[in-house]
Write a protein that binds this ligand. Structure first.
Ligand SMILES: Cc1cc2nc3c(=O)[nH]c(=O)nc-3n(C[C@H](O)[C@H](O)[C@H](O)COP(=O)(O)O)c2cc1C
Length: 224
């Protein structure tokens, strides 16, 4: 396949993708969800931490939490009623330079010998404390949470490439949603928290309004 063909396909997928909130009754095949989830799994993360987990809910699983979520998720009303699948993006808590998960990520990346470990962790300490000012639990959670949006973007584009619709969702009360997932035993609140959610399915109808974007030159600045 030529480069131009690939570019056209990607551009078509980006034109196809729009936030779809109401889906038809068709269910996304498991292999298509696995393809979408691969793009989350393989997404890049800062210092290779992979401080995330992706909870996948099919229709049956959505049904178990639907009523409770609808009470606290103003931005997910129609999606909860109609989506084929929901992916909940979870961000790791307290991913400090000296946490086990940071050490494990270094070992995973082949930097586990004592000398490499000590020098990397020293670098990450200064990165987190001085460069990024990750000086609270909230700041650390925001750091891992923002990285999950890379996975979110990859999943939505990958889905659009095969005509699967999606909607990113952060219109909900975070404390309440975390509480619901914890109550159902789906998340470990000591270790992780919800960053966002994405619904997937097939659009019931075409979007009512044309896509609106700021003029391209207003958001893209070339420095010659
Ligand atoms: C991070 C994020 C959170 C969003 N949260 C919601 C939401 O809770 N509910 C919803 O219906 N749409 C949500 N949206 C969809 C946006 O409203 C939509 O992407 C935006 O209006 C642009 O339209 P488009 O996606 O069709 O291009 C969210 C989008 C993003 C990127």
């Amino acid at each position: 396949m030529s480069k131009d063909t690939i570019k056209t396909q990607v551009r078509k997928a980006l034109d196809f993708r729009t936030a779809v909130r109401v889906y038809n009754e068709q269910t996304i095949p498991r292999e298509d969800m696995d393809y979408i989830l691969d793009t989350a799994w393989l997404s890049p993360s800062s210092v290779g931490l992979e401080g995330w987990r992706f909870l996948v809910l099919d229709r049956k699983a959505i049904q178990q939490v639907r009523d409770e979520l609808k009470e606290v998720a103003w931005g997910a009303q129609n999606q909860l009623d109609t989506a084929s699948h929901f992916v909940v993006l979870l961000a790791e808590k307290n991913a400090r330079y000296d946490s086990d998960s940071m050490k494990n990520s270094l070992v995973r990346r082949g930097l586990g010998d004592e000398e490499a470990l000590v020098s990397r962790l020293k670098l990450y300490k200064s990165f987190q404390e001085s460069d990024m000012k990750l000086d609270s639990e909230r700041a650390l959670l925001d750091w891992t949470a923002k990285q999950t949006y890379i996975a979110m973007g990859n999943m939505m584009t990958a889905a659009a490439m095969i005509q699967i619709d999606s909607c990113p969702i952060e219109g909900f009360n975070y404390d309440a949603v975390n509480g619901i997932f914890a109550k159902h035993g789906l998340i470990d609140s000591d270790k992780e928290a919800v960053a966002s959610m994405v619904s997937f399915g097939y659009r019931l109808r075409d979007p009512k309004h044309p896509r609106s974007r700021k003029p391209r030159e207003q958001v893209i600045t070339w420095i010659d």
